[in-house]
Design a protein around this ligand. Structure first.
Ligand SMILES: Cc1ncc(COP(=O)(O)O)c(C=O)c1O
Length: 393
């Protein structure tokens, strides 16, 4: 049996043997909690027998989240999708919500679950986030809100979107599921717009297994959202609105508290990994890493590439071949975000957006590829990625 090459340029025929000898390189790996902290929280939970309903560990986690994000208030949810739906309900958003098709399904689905209709418009070529000019062009008398996504942690043109929202009296929500603790010119991203959600799902840099955070800049809407995440129960016990159950449990809060102190160390390793990827992939002019936002701190959630095809081949050709080649050598990659949300059969049949020009988003979806991005990615996996790309050159 051959052993893997540790040089930066493995022999091309090594990859078949590597497939047999190496465990797969996962796309994502959750930060492991500090076990001492987690055990101490679990002891407290079991001793108190309070497992949910805004218990002391939930409250402690909410304070830590506020401190980390520099937020005055934050509501913790079971997940970010429900946080999105709930804030739309709290802001009484119906009608149409303008959003990006280039995102994870949750963004568009949350709009549907809030009983509104997503209207997909095109994205900006450079940032791959919602294009403020396309947003303005799509506004009708039915439009009530804009849901913009800081996709891959790349920050939207927040000021232009704020200006459009203000001019037309629209509620502006930012989906910051990929942008934990990102700051633009030193300002936390949730200061922009009316509300921002963060995801604490296990796939995210900062996580609590499942979980979400809502930061709402309007205190009336925030207080209604708080009631809505608890069945609509008022402080006097009465129930006047149909709420849901979106409370984060004590167990999830404990996990979050035990992961939070380890985020900075993980970030430092991901920063190095990002630099290594950029350096090692520089030889391929057809592989273009998505650049972090200027003047913003890095999200370090994904390492996303645009894989450019030859002019003579279909736009997704080389991306799909690279993805398949990586699977062959046991390296996971993901076509995030493909297909576009606007191409899901449900939205094809419920919206008329197929007539809208989504050319930039269509191309982005055909070129997008995310590579493994976490502190467990080893040099041999990077060697394999480079070798696979060379085979496609
Ligand atoms: C852009 C975006 N928004 C929302 C969500 C939903 O987050 P959650 O899994 O916490 O509901 C995700 C999840 O990956 C996401 O990528």
């Amino acid at each position: 049996m051959k052993f893997h090459s540790t040089t930066s340029q493995p022999a091309i025929d090594d990859h078949c043997d590597l497939r047999l000898t190496r465990p797969p390189t996962a796309l994502a790996r959750s930060i492991a909690p500090d076990r001492g902290m987690l055990n101490a929280y679990l002891d407290r939970i079991c001793a108190s027998a309070q497992y949910s309903n805004f218990g002391p560990i939930h409250e402690e986690f909410a304070r830590s989240v506020c401190n980390t994000l520099t937020a005055d208030h934050a509501l913790l949810f079971t997940n970010a999708t429900l946080a999105l739906t709930t804030v739309m309900r709290a802001a009484r958003i119906g009608g149409e919500v303008i959003t990006t098709p280039f995102s994870f399904a949750a963004s568009a689905h949350a709009i549907s679950w809030a009983d509104a209709k997503p209207v997909f418009v095109d994205i900006d070529e450079r940032t791959l986030t919602l294009d403020p000019r396309a947003v303005e062009a799509a506004i009708t008398e039915r439009t009530q809100a804009i849901l913009a996504v800081h996709v891959y942690g790349t920050i939207c043109d927040v000021k232009a979107l704020q200006a459009v929202a203000k001019k037309h009296g629209l509620f502006l929500i930012f989906d910051a599921a990929h942008a934990w603790d990102v700051r633009l010119d030193g300002v936390p991203v949730h200061r922009f717009g009316d509300a921002t959600i963060y995801s604490l799902h296990a796939s995210k840099l900062m996580h609590s297994g499942e979980g979400g955070v809502l930061v709402c800049n309007d205190t009336t809407i925030a207080s209604l959202a708080r009631r809505l995440q608890n069945f609509g129960i008022e402080s006097d016990g009465s129930i006047n609105v149909p709420g849901s159950n979106g409370k984060l449990s004590e167990l999830h809060a404990a996990l979050g508290l035990s992961v939070l102190p380890k985020v900075d160390a993980e970030k430092a390793k991901r920063r190095l990994l990002r630099e290594t990827y950029v350096e090692r992939l520089r030889e391929f002019d057809w592989l273009q890493p998505i650049a972090p936002t200027e003047r913003a701190t890095e999200s370090l959630q994904y390492f996303a590439l645009q894989v450019l095809s030859e002019q003579t081949e279909p736009a997704n050709n080389r991306r799909d071949r690279l993805c398949a080649a990586l699977a062959e050598v046991n390296v996971q990659s993901r076509k995030y975000f493909y297909p576009l949300c606007s191409d899901f059969p449900h939205y094809q049949s419920t919206t008329t957006d197929s007539k809208r020009d989504l050319a930039v988003a269509q191309r982005a979806a055909q070129q997008a590829l995310c590579l493994p991005f976490h502190s467990g990615v080893e040099t041999h996996a990077i060697d394999q990625i480079v070798a696979s790309a060379r085979r496609l050159n």
